[in-house]
Design a protein around this ligand. Structure first.
Ligand SMILES: [Zn+2]
Length: 378
């Protein structure tokens, strides 16, 4: 494969994470590109590796003056190819954003680099290649965190997530990782159920939140006092009917001692539903073991009404504010960054528009009290 550095930048510009990857490419890796290579798998490996260990990341400063102390409730240390900017860069990004602490987890699903593909993928949507369950993400995260200074370690609440929840052995696998790192894990997740393209691209049947693998995890998590964070789309893409809500209700009622955090209010790209607030309201009313995380696209699409398709869901930011004042203890905010932190600050300060409208106490709950009430500490 002959690829100049310029061509690599062009290719990387195709995806947001790719841009981050390109801008972080250190000189040595760039040299491999510039010199061209002979399809050497070893050289390709070096490129990936250098990207992971580069600490020279340009973090974009926030536009807003920092005014809230925040605990990030949804943050991936690794990206979809299990690379990361590392804890030092992450802590710098958190400092710039007023984020004192954070929940942290890897990515339990990884993207395969197919033999047929010249270009390495950087995101699950980079190409049509399959994804697969990657348990090592938990062990890598644990080792990275344990090798860090006390000052860094104390800022993070690690969750484990590397489970195939279609597998009835998933609960055993959870017990194992808990055993190997005793008094370490603060929660479980982000587990993937009904994640449109991602779960469709992953080997095996599409996981669903009320499957037996999941149920086993709820029992173990409840017995250990660990909350479980789950991505579970409320319905399919481009579908009006609500298809997957009953599965979530079954999961919630299965073990009431299991505290479930529903990521993104069940919204993903191209998931468009009316009356999401009413659905969330009913769920919160009926299920005392449910918490809701408003990270990622749901905030931009449904709270700020910035749908790429101009879909109108019928609710305004003020309607969401009312719902949060009704359930001030049940909502969480997070950045959902994946392994790269150059645009971290903007992902934090985007919530200011909402936080400014909430009562002081409710805003404080959303910023940190709610997530702190859920995570297990030792
Ligand atoms: Zn996530």
């Amino acid at each position: 494969m002959k690829m100049t550095r310029r061509e690599f930048f062009k290719m990387a510009a195709a995806s947001a994470i790719g841009v981050a990857a390109a801008s972080q490419m250190p000189l040595e890796a760039a040299k491999v590109f510039a010199e061209g290579n002979d399809d050497s798998a070893y050289k390709n490996h070096l490129i990936g590796d250098s990207r992971a260990t580069n600490t020279n990341v340009d973090i974009v400063a926030p536009k807003e003056k920092i005014k809230y102390d925040i605990v990030d409730s949804h943050l991936h240390f690794f990206d979809f190819i299990e690379k990361t900017d590392g804890f030092k860069t992450l802590c710098k990004a958190m400092d710039m954003s007023g984020v004192s602490k954070s929940v942290i987890f890897g990515l339990g699903i990884t993207k395969q680099w197919d033999s047929s593909m010249k270009e390495a993928p950087s995101y699950y949507l980079s190409n049509d290649s399959r994804c697969y369950y990657y348990s090592a993400t938990d062990y890598m995260l644990a080792e990275e965190l344990l090798a860090s200074s006390n000052e860094i370690r104390e800022r993070f609440f690690p969750f484990c997530c590397g489970f195939n929840c279609n597998d009835k052995f998933a609960a055993d696998h959870l017990e194992q990782v808990l055993k190997y790192y005793p008094k370490f894990w603060s929660g479980v997740g982000e587990l993937m159920s009904r994640h449109d393209d991602l779960t469709a691209l992953t080997y095996g049947e599409p996981p669903h939140v009320d499957g037996e693998g999941f149920l086993g995890i709820y029992d173990v998590a409840a017995s250990k006092g660990l909350p479980v964070l789950i991505h579970h789309n409320i319905t399919g893409q481009n579908v009006d009917k609500i298809l997957y809500l009953d599965e979530l209700k079954k999961a919630l009622s299965y073990n009431r001692k299991c505290k479930i955090i529903w990521a993104h209010v069940g919204i993903s790209r191209r998931v468009e539903v009316k009356n999401l607030i009413k659905i969330a309201d009913d769920l919160l009313h009926d299920n005392k073991n449910l918490w809701i995380d408003i990270s990622w696209v749901v905030y931009d699409y449904y709270f700020l009404d910035k749908f790429p398709t101009n879909f109108y869901d019928g609710d305004s930011l003020d309607d969401w504010v009312k719902l949060m004042e009704k359930y001030p203890d049940r909502f969480l905010i997070g950045t959902d960054k994946v392994g790269h932190f150059n645009t971290y600050p903007a992902e934090v300060t985007k919530y200011y528009q909402l936080l400014d409208k909430l009562k002081t106490k409710t805003a404080e709950n959303l910023c940190k009290n709610n997530v702190l009430s859920l995570v297990k500490t030792y």
